[in-house]
Design a protein around this ligand. Structure first.
Ligand SMILES: Cc1ncc(COP(=O)(O)O)c(C=O)c1O
Length: 374
């Protein structure tokens, strides 16, 4: 086996809890579609975990964002401020509503929305701010909520990558997804917990939760079959997926601990490496490590792309940061986004799967640190 190169993936799910048992129960019950006990339990337990009153499952995280924006009444003629550095789903969900995404630069140290830049973009058409918690790092919600309250704006948290991250709001620690008017999560296969595909919207507002349930189910009025007062969608999760979700949620504290140890190990090896920059916030936040991520810049001897190539040759999978939205054809902009463009060129995601061993982290970091000695 000596010549077989080991492959270290960027992400890897852990499905070794009650997933099998719950899935088999669903199969036996025949409730495999979008009704059933696991959907109810998953929503209840997720709301409890986040610390909010309602949680609404959706077919994926993008659907969660679109559903939330639609239920909030965001539509044609409205503007929503969104970070330029994010996964494209955050921006597309705004476009799906007929609203205009207004791209905003991020802070170079925290990689998150820059509150000073948000204020510059507010006008009479602005209806909402989409606060993305990129790579598991909470956005500066304390300041964003102040801005939103001052200008009467809705706040949609895109917490697709940040299940369990905490942020301090006026001296109180809160989980992301429980601070804004709505929080949106993804359960894609590489996320902190997964249902294969899946999503959730969290909120404290009863009417909003009810509206989202109706819109998720083709706008059908509860209790009146085939009567559709609203144009809705089929954004339902299945009981099969919820069964996996519940089993995953039962282990989330273990997962978060695993990720936190993983991040500490990476930090220990990399934080004093010249030219390797670790993100930091100048506000109080406790990030979760979705994908362990760093910036690679001078005086480090290789570029980000060269590091990716080197690690690839050693069987280590990595990812570059998301393409800044202002550089993508549908959203091309002549405005300047110096920080998101910089982070895109220098940002690197390293393996962070649940199968990653301390020895593999050491091996990955050695490959990176070796260049300094050479
Ligand atoms: C920041 C962000 N928003 C939204 C999404 C969309 O979630 P999904 O892939 O479940 O539709 C993702 C998923 O990767 C994401 O990273």
């Amino acid at each position: 086996m000596k010549n077989i190169k080991k492959f270290i993936p960027i992400a890897y799910p852990d499905l070794t809890g009650n997933e099998n048992i719950y899935l088999n129960r669903v199969l036996k019950s025949s409730w495999i579609s979008s009704q059933g006990e696991y959907l109810i339990k998953f929503e209840q337990k997720f709301a409890e975990f986040i610390g909010c009153r309602y949680a609404v499952t959706t077919s994926n995280g993008t659907a969660a964002l679109h559903l939330a924006l639609t239920a909030l009444g965001i539509g044609k003629g409205d503007e929503v401020i969104v970070p330029d550095l994010t996964f494209i789903a955050s921006v597309n969900a705004i476009t799906y509503c007929g609203a205009r995404p207004v791209l905003c630069d991020v802070n170079r140290q925290s990689w998150q929305l820059d509150p000073k830049e948000i204020i510059k973009r507010i006008n009479s058409r602005t209806k909402a701010i989409m606060a993305v918690h990129l790579y598991g790092i909470p956005a500066n919600l304390d300041q964003i909520m102040d801005i939103a309250n001052k200008y009467n704006l809705q706040v949609i948290e895109d917490a697709a990558e940040a299940h369990g991250a905490l942020v301090k709001i006026k001296s109180l620690w809160k989980k992301v997804g429980s601070v804004g008017h709505v929080g949106c999560f993804s359960f894609y296969g590489n996320k902190i917990i997964t249902t294969g595909e899946g999503g959730m919207v969290t909120t404290d507002a009863k009417q909003l939760a009810m509206r989202m349930r109706v819109l998720r189910d083709h706008g059908q009025k509860p209790g009146r079959r085939y009567y559709h007062p609203l144009i809705g969608f089929n954004y339902r999760l299945t009981n099969l997926q919820a069964a996996i979700g519940l089993a995953q949620l039962e282990k989330i504290h273990f997962f978060l601990k695993f990720k936190s140890r993983l991040a500490s190990l990476y930090n220990r090896y990399l934080e004093n490496t010249p030219g390797i920059i670790i993100p930091k916030t100048d506000y109080e936040a406790k990030p979760v490590c979705w994908l362990y991520s760093v910036i690679i810049d001078d005086p480090y001897p290789l570029t980000r792309d060269e590091v990716m190539e080197k690690l690839k040759n050693k069987g280590i999978e990595t990812r570059p940061f998301f393409f800044p939205v202002n550089l993508l054809p549908p959203y091309k902009s002549s405005q300047k986004f110096p920080n998101s463009n910089y982070l895109f060129q220098h940002g690197l995601n390293l393996p962070s799967g649940y199968n990653l061993t301390p020895g593999e982290i050491t091996f990955i970091c050695q490959q990176i640190r070796d260049e300094i000695k050479n």
